[in-house]
Design a protein around this ligand. Sequence first.
Ligand code: AHR
Length: 513
Amino acid sequence: MKKQILTSALLVASMSLSAQKSASIKIYADQGKEIIPKEIYGQFAEHLGSCIYGGLWVGENSDIPNTKGYRTDVLNALKDLQVPVLRWPGGCFADEYHWMDGIGPKENRPKMVNNNWGGTIEDNSFGTHEFLNLCEMLNCEPYISGNVGSGSVEELAKWVEYMTSDGDSPMANLRRKNGRDKAWKVKFLGVGNESWGCGGSMRPEYYADLYRRYSTYCRNYDGNSLYKIASGASDYDYNWTEVLMKNVGHRMNGLSLHYYTVTGWSGSKGAATKFNKDDYYWTMGKCLEIEDVVKKHIAIMDQYDPKKHIGLLVDEWGTWWDEEPGTTRGHLYQQNTLRDAFVASLTLDIFHKYTDRIKMANIAQIVNVLQSMILTKGKEMILTPTYHVFNMYKVHQGATYLPLNLISDKINVRDNRTVPFISATASKDKNGIIHISLSNVDADEYQEVSIELPGVKVNNISGQILTSNNLTDYNSFENPNVIKPQDFKDAKMTKSLLKVKLPAKSIVTLTLK
Ligand code: AHR
């Protein structure tokens, strides 16, 4: 209690000291070099809770409207989002998943216990075909997470053959027997997940050797070229990255990293929808710390791979709160407020800065789990504030990142972190259109943002804003549109200076033509 009072005092003191409430940005529109890989906007779907069953997949006989077994409402919402890549089947589930149990006639597929996630019985009705067909429907790249923890080298090798071989090979013929003639294209292959934890509790040296062994037998068939991803570190485990870079090096195309905005791994993580201003600013600080974490992992990678051939893939990130009361334990179903929307926008702003090394990111997870895009209940579906951020930001996918300088007032928050009130990112698309995304995390006050754009001629400005009356607001099944993007008009250009009045707790994306 005493600590809480102290930190509140610190917060208030710092806010009143920094009462300027303005920020300035200079965008170098002619100096963009890096393309923002669309895969930064990747998603993650695990056999966990109602992500797959009920969320993405209901089966063809369901009374929930579906397209070949996939929920039509969810499918349409995801198509609109332009999901570039989808990681599956885990997470922790991946290292207990035996893919052969998920092919062939559904009535013959064996059941298993989902030991990681509530002991739920998994009937394997959603397997390789269902996943890869979904990716085709969404027009996104599949990212298969292979089983190293409890699976064999042979099993993983055969899975790759099953999915990607077009020849007269035993696994290709088995696939044909199961109704799919043409091989799928599968680029991204994860060789294990969290191998330091749920994926086998390994030491990095041991995992590095296993990676070398497993990946050797994952072949490129018939024009398919695998991008092999080693299971990487969690958060601050720089030693894991060091050992992998040293002992695996260029045998991997990518190395993963997991970073959650979470209060801790034991005890309560806090309610998704009940928090105070201290908690909110703490969350912003913890979220922003990912920048320091990626910089440190990148610095290690740079020592071993100065030409940046190996990608850093943040293939799990997002907020992790207590499960919603009344939901099944171990299913990680959580609500999503404006606070979560900020975690999305600030994190994407950071990823944009490091795309010379960060080649993919997958928010956890796509439907009904953790910081999801979509929540479903029976036949109903809602889009979360995080969905709306991804939708407002999709214009940055594949665009050229524009370097910028940002000066913003800051606030000191709990755990000795500092949070700038304004976050920003900008890109230029292939038609020369500039998009600027701005977040004002200030819970109370609007900010005047002056944006210099030397050399840029603008004829037309349009924008969208995401905000709400309260940081704790969220979309519910009763009120699904509490938070949704609205038109934004408070941006004026005079010569090459753009003035934007950003309301408190708001996220804006501007389009400059
Ligand atoms: O996303 C939920 C879980 O978090 C994943 O299964 C695991 O990889 C991580 O610990």
